[in-house]
Write a protein that binds this ligand. Structure first.
Ligand SMILES: [Zn+2]
Length: 172
């Protein structure tokens, strides 16, 4: 799913861990749960609008991505202090797969298109594995534009729960 959704889940996790656990367990479980949350949240991505490849000629795709990147950045700014640790671990799979491994792989494949280097180092293989085992029953709606409403709905539910959890917001 999108960064904002991972971030909001991460904030919920950090608040709950810090409310119910003492040091150092609050830190340890924040990291563990945030990491695991990426798998679960991404497994549900099949029911939302999630085209595997960028569709830059498609206006709908573009507007949705401008919007979702904007709110994702906004969530990083307002929650960075004090929730950066949980947000970092909730997004570490994307940081590694999309922003580290994939660019390296692209470079290698420019020289050697047959190269399979790196395929087995993708974190999202875990996401796919768990989906096959536990969430195979979810309908695949990744090309359905109405899927954006499911993600927006989730974002709203998470944001409202953050109000009840009295999340602190950092504004410069
Ligand atoms: Zn992901």
């Amino acid at each position: 799913m999108e960064t904002i959704t991972h971030n909001l889940v991460a904030v919920v996790i950090q608040i709950l861990c810090f409310n119910f656990l003492i040091y150092p367990w609050n830190l340890i479980f924040t990291i563990i749960f945030a990491f695991i949350s990426h798998i679960i949240v991404d497994d549900f991505a099949v029911i939302t609008y999630h085209t595997p490849d960028p569709q830059k000629e498609d206006k709908f795709w573009l507007i949705w991505h401008y919007f979702i990147y904007g709110v994702s950045l906004f969530s990083i700014v307002i929650f960075f202090i004090p929730y950066w640790l949980s947000m970092l671990f909730a997004n570490i799979m994307d940081l590694w797969d999309w922003f580290t491994l994939r660019p390296i792989q692209k470079k290698i494949r420019k020289k050697n298109p047959e190269s399979k280097w790196g395929d087995k180092y993708y974190f999202h293989r875990i996401v796919d594995w768990v989906r096959d085992k536990l969430f195979f029953w979810l309908p695949r709606r990744i090309y359905k534009r109405s899927g954006v409403f499911i993600e927006i709905f989730l974002i709203c539910v998470l944001s409202i729960s953050l109000i009840f959890l009295e999340a602190s917001i950092f504004i410069i």
